[in-house]
Structure formats: structure tokens, C-alpha cells
Write a protein that binds this ligand. Structure first.
Ligand code: AVJ
Length: 331
């Protein structure tokens, strides 16, 4: 049976958020005007930030992407045989580089599917989509342009056919526990019958190794972190001095998460033109720019159970460094 989206094998649609998403001005007003100061990590990913993230994945210290890719290449056949997807929806697909390992398995098993990448960066998705439909003659790609944190309840996914929801990169770890539960709850809404979720999560491990992964010796993660100030300067007409901030990555064992912070090196004021205000930052003050939660088998099973999900198959990297989980509805 040949699955297609009409004649064209590459198409796209804009996804309107199901709920209002805070703007950068909203997030700056909520997170920057007074201590403790914090910004959501989504603002890292302007074009330069996305390039820096790709460079982070190539550093010797940042193991998660390699660990996940090796699990995918080792188990892709088993995953596709088990999920037998007609439709593969990927949240935060980015360059879809790792997803190719799943398409290789679909190819080898002659199990075609339709791919629904969902991401904010339209151009990256369409470029990746064009390459995919060239490399896989049976594949149709329908790019969903939007921010999946705005809701996944209104996607144009056909009612018929088995679904595999793909959520890789440990990105679930960037959500705080309540937000992660809510996100998983939305994913449950898309799972019927024997549909499955393929989830990649990073694991709790030695603090030194975790902190090194978020503070590589070349300083690429430090630049990635400081780049959010460039985004603020551009988008909020602000005048942050990047040189006044030091990068810091700390593993909070209690909360099992990496916290990325920008630490002010001196007292200074920052004008936020778009908010028509000036903030006073003191030496030593920190802006939290990202959480990256790490899991144990028990903590991820508990989080999934809270959302009505259960582990179907657990693929573990050597030394339990990383986990790839096939997950299904509990009932
Ligand atoms: C892939 C977005 C989950 O948190 O590990 C990498 C982003 N931040 N280095 C992660 C990131 C710092 C990454 N995510």
C-alpha cells in the first residue's frame, strides 16, 4: 500500500497554537525584571544558536546526541517492526538527522510511512524534507510549522493508520516536572490503540561528567548560552554586554537537573527598550537560561505513569548513559 499526501511528496502547513504562547516580551517581563531571573531555553535557537547547538553535539564532552544516535542505529529495526507506523510525528525535529536511522529501517523492512516533522524553524525543516524525499523514494513529508509547546491537539494528522510519536534529544528534560507531565498528557491524546511514543531521555550520572557536557573545554556551550543575550539585544532592543557574563553549568542532585546560568561579573544596568525599562544587575547575580532534567529508570517510569503511559520497551546505552523508550498508553 503506497501512502502519499496527493501528488507532492513534500508539503507543509502552519500550525496555529491551540493556546496563546507567551511572547519574548511576556517572558522577559515575567523573568528578567527582578531576581531570581530566568528565561525559557527556546530563545537560544536563532540561526546562530542552532548552529552552535549542532557544534555542541560534536564536542567530546556532550555525549547525549551520540548515545541516542547509537541506540537508534542499533535498535531502529526492532522499533519499526514493533511500531509499524503509517504516520511518524516528530516533535522538535530540527535537522531530522537522527530520524534518518528510522527511515533506513523502514526502507530495509519495506514499511513505508508518512513523516510529520513539527518544528519552529521552517527553513531547516523544509531543507531536511527536500533531502529526505530525494533519498527515500517512498517517503512523503508534511512539515508542521509551529511551536509544539503551544499544543498538539489540532494537528492535521489523518484519523486512520498507526502512529509513532517521536520525541528525541532529551528535550523532555528541558521541561519542569509539571510542564513535562502536561506535555506527556497531550501526547497521550494522540495515542490510540497500539500507537507508540519513542522518547529519548538523558540519565542521571556522575556530576563531573554531566557538568562537563554542559561546559565543554572549547567554550562552545558558553557561547551558546551567552548568545541568548544577543537575541535579547536584537529582539528587545536591549544593551546586554556579553563580556559582563560568565557561563555556569551546575548539576542540582536534589532536582536531578543541570542548570545553565549566566553569572554577572560586575554591577551594571541594562536597558530593555521594548519594555521601556532599565534593570540593575549586581555582581554575582545569575540568570537561569535552561534546565536539563536527568532521569533514572524509576523516575522516568513514574513521570510516564503520572501521564497514563507505560514503558513498552527500554533500550539502554552502555553504562546506562542514555535511554530510548518505546512507550504506550497504560489502558
Ligand atoms: C537537546 C535541547 C535537550 O538540554 O541537553 C545542549 C540543549 N543545552 N547543551 C540539552 C543543550 C546545552 C539540549 N537539548
Amino acid at each position: 500500500m503506497r501512502l502519499s499526501l496527493g501528488t507532492r511528496r513534500l508539503s507543509s502547513s502552519e500550525i496555529t497554537p491551540a493556546r496563546a504562547l507567551p511572547t519574548l516580551v511576556d517572558d522577559a517581563r515575567a523573568g528578567l525584571l527582578a531576581p531570581p531571573r530566568q528565561l525559557p531555553p527556546k530563545y537560544f535557537y536563532d540561526d546562530y544558536g542552532s548552529q552552535l547547538f549542532e557544534a555542541i553535539c560534536a564536542t567530546p564532552e556532550y555525549y547525549p546526541s551520540r548515545a541516542e544516535a547509537s541506540l537508534l542505529s542499533r535498535h531502529a529495526t526492532q522499533i519499526i517492526e514493533r511500531a509499524a507506523p503509517d504516520h511518524m510525528l516528530e516533535l522538535g525535529s530540527g535537522s531530522s538527522r537522527k530520524t534518518r536511522l528510522l527511515f533506513d529501517a523502514c526502507d530495509a523492512l519495506a514499511m513505508p510511512c508518512i513523516y510529520w516533522p513539527f518544528d519552529v524553524s521552517a527553513q531547516m525543516m523544509l531543507d531536511a524534507g527536500a533531502a529526505l524525499v530525494t533519498d527515500y523514494s517512498w517517503l512523503s513529508v508534511h512539515a508542521l510549522i509551529g511551536d509544539y509547546t503551544g499544543g498538539i491537539g489540532n494537528l492535521p494528522l489523518p484519523a486512520q493508520g498507526r502512529r509513532l510519536i517521536v520525541f528525541l534529544g532529551g528535550t523532555l528534560g528541558n521541561f519542569e516536572p509539571d510542564q513535562a507531565r502536561a506535555m506527556l498528557g497531550e501526547i497521550v491524546g494522540l495515542l490510540r490503540g497500539d500507537d507508540l511514543l519513542l522518547l529519548g531521555v538523558d540519565r542521571v550520572k556522575d556530576t563531573a561528567r554531566l557538568e562537563a557536557a554542559y561546559d565543554d573545554a572549547q567554550g562552545i556551550t558558553a557561547e551558546f548560552n551567552r548568545n541568548v543575550l544577543t537575541v535579547l539585544n536584537r529582539e528587545l532592543d536591549a544593551d546586554f554586554d556579553l563580556a559582563a557574563y560568565r557561563h555556569r553549568a551546575v548539576f542540582d542532585e536534589q532536582r536531578a537537573r543541570i542548570e545553565m546560568r549566566l553569572v554577572s561579573e560586575r554591577d551594571h544596568s541594562v536597558r530593555l527598550g521594548a519594555l521601556d525599562t532599565t534593570i540593575e544587575i549586581t555582581a554575582g547575580e545569575e540568570i537561569v537560561t535552561e534546565f536539563s532534567h536527568k532521569f533514572t529508570p524509576a523516575s522516568i517510569e513514574a513521570l510516564l505513569a503520572d501521564a497514563g503511559l507505560i514503558v513498552d520497551t527500554h533500550f539502554e546505552a552502555d553504562q546506562g548513559d542514555y535511554s530510548l523508550l518505546l512507550v504506550r498508553r497504560d489502558s
